[in-house]
Design a protein around this ligand. Structure first.
Ligand SMILES: *Cc1c(COP(=O)(O)O)cnc(C)c1O
Length: 336
């Protein structure tokens, strides 16, 4: 355990919450496939499995947490609607769940958000509010608007319902690969790892949970080292879904990630790019940079040597065609 006393979190959140989340979200979220990767098993010299969170309608696992949170709201809260300021996978997940339930969703964005992102949010019937020139402006406006209109803000990671929702992945992994020894989880704000870690360590504390972050966005890694939430200067990364701070008043995920991770690996841009290209070439699978960090951990032999079965959480597939095009050209040139 890295930080302080987890007693209060334990009282608020246990594996029961994840079981309940699983029952709650069945109407919206399907169990995802878990497949063995023969190419990666060969590379690793031990069985490697992929938990395919890229197959959700919105192309990422975040629909689990969003569904658990929104379905837990009171009838009155549902009637008033929900809000978010994320334009990434979390924003898509909130809009998707709200649409499925016939709830109004407001997404606050700055005027710098590209048109392609707006279009996918509009397709999900989200009500878009454009304000200011930065993500921070949009966030501030979102809180203001939520207060005025009685909307509920759906947080991206630091929330018990979100964490429990993401934790349902842990239950599914153990069902499908009961002999799993290592689970590799992409790590940013830590909702995904907190939930999966809680599930796995409650079932078997010997299962190793390994977080993977981009070298260009190591905010959870640095916060754990400092034993408190820190701000860091982020650089552009192919793993754009791993960008963003952990919140200076982080309540849950910093402590939970500190308790549940056995190791955190930082992955370079070159390794992420190669892993995305590898997955296209050898698996014929498109995955986004955030998900490729887990593949890189195996391809670059960054795990301690054991014989047990590895599961990599393939967290999503939302990547622009122009990025894929560049990757293909680069690796095509290299191989000729
Ligand atoms: C959000 C996200 C992550 C990281 O999840 P956290 O809960 O913020 O740690 C990883 N991969 C993808 C594709 C994501 O959208």
């Amino acid at each position: 355990m890295i930080l302080g006393d987890l007693q209060t979190i334990r009282e608020e959140l246990s594996i029961r919450d994840i079981w309940e989340a699983r029952k709650r979200i069945v109407s919206i979220v399907n169990k995802t496939p878990l497949i063995q990767s023969f190419v990666l098993s060969e590379k690793a010299g031990r069985p490697v499995y992929l938990k395919l969170e890229n197959v959700h309608d919105i192309g990422a696992f975040k629909v689990r947490g969003a569904a658990n949170k929104i379905l837990s709201l009171s009838e009155d809260e549902k009637k008033k609607g929900v809000a978010t300021f994320s334009t990434g996978n979390h924003g898509m997940a909130v809009a998707y769940v709200a649409k499925s339930l016939g709830i109004n969703a407001v997404v606050c964005i700055s005027n710098r958000v590209p048109e392609a992102k707006l279009e996918s949010l509009r397709r999900l019937n989200a009500q878009i509010e454009i304000y200011g020139h930065s993500q921070d402006d949009a966030e501030e406006y979102c809180y203001h608007l939520a207060e005025k209109k009685g909307l509920t803000i759906i947080p991206p990671f630091d929330d018990p319902h979100i964490i429990a929702g993401q934790g349902t992945i842990g239950l599914e992994i153990v069902e499908d690969v009961p002999h799993v020894t290592d689970v590799i989880v992409p790590l940013s704000g830590g909702g995904l790892l907190s939930g999966i870690g809680l599930a796995l360590k409650s079932i078997d504390p010997n299962i190793r949970v390994i977080g993977v972050s981009a070298e260009h966005a190591p905010v959870m890694y640095e916060s754990l080292k400092a034993r408190k939430a820190v701000k860091i200067e982020e650089r552009d990364t192919l793993a754009d879904s791993l960008l963003g701070g952990i919140g200076m008043d982080n309540q849950y995920t910093l402590q939970m990630v500190g308790q549940y991770t056995d190791d955190i690996l930082l992955i370079s841009e070159e390794e992420i790019a190669y892993s995305m290209a590898f997955m296209m070439d050898k698996h014929h699978m498109i995955i986004e940079g955030a998900a490729a960090t887990g593949v890189a951990a195996v391809l670059e032999n960054k795990l301690p040597r054991h014989d047990g079965a590895i599961v990599i959480v393939i967290s999503g597939h939302n990547v622009d065609l122009s990025v894929l095009f560049q990757l293909i050209q680069r690796y095509n040139d290299l191989s000729h």
